[in-house]
Design a binder for this molecule. Structure first.
Ligand SMILES: [Fe+2]
Length: 139
């Protein structure tokens, strides 16, 4: 489990979804790395990847809605970062559909997902929480 308490932004809905993302991604990485033969676990790998693609979209929508609700000033920039990431995953998956879901390509994707998630949740999403807090102080 790669989740850390310092990733919390103080908004339950978002924190719970982030925790779930980390949980799913960790178990995805475990399946990718376990000793089972690749052919045997490929279906499992694919369906987990599929789930994560859908969950990421769902989570981004919720997080963006929350930003609009609180009038988050860097909304556009944040939305763009989400859109870019979605595109990147889709491109990875599209390439793998063409060239095959190899162990190497999945490992690379899993590492990329984890790096992005840590960076994004650890930095960009923190600023949403900070803004939400400063706003509470104004009310
Ligand atoms: Fe975000």
């Amino acid at each position: 489990m790669m989740w850390k308490e310092r990733y919390r932004i103080g908004v339950d809905l978002i924190d719970n979804q982030h925790r779930e993302l980390f949980r799913r991604l960790s178990s995805f990485i475990q399946v990718v790395q376990n000793e089972d033969p690749w052919d045997q676990k490929l279906d499992d790998v694919k369906s987990t990847l599929n789930f994560m693609q859908e969950y990421v979209v769902y989570h981004f929508e919720d997080e963006e809605r929350y930003q609009r609700e609180i009038g988050y000033p860097d909304y556009e920039e944040h939305r763009e970062a989400h859109a870019k990431f979605k595109e990147e995953i889709n491109e990875y998956v599209r390439l793998m559909e063409e060239e095959g879901f190899t162990e190497e390509s999945i490992q690379e994707l899993a590492a990329r997902l984890m790096t992005w998630l840590i960076m994004h949740v650890g930095k960009a999403d923190q600023r949403i929480g900070e803004y939400a807090k400063s706003r509470e102080g104004m009310e």
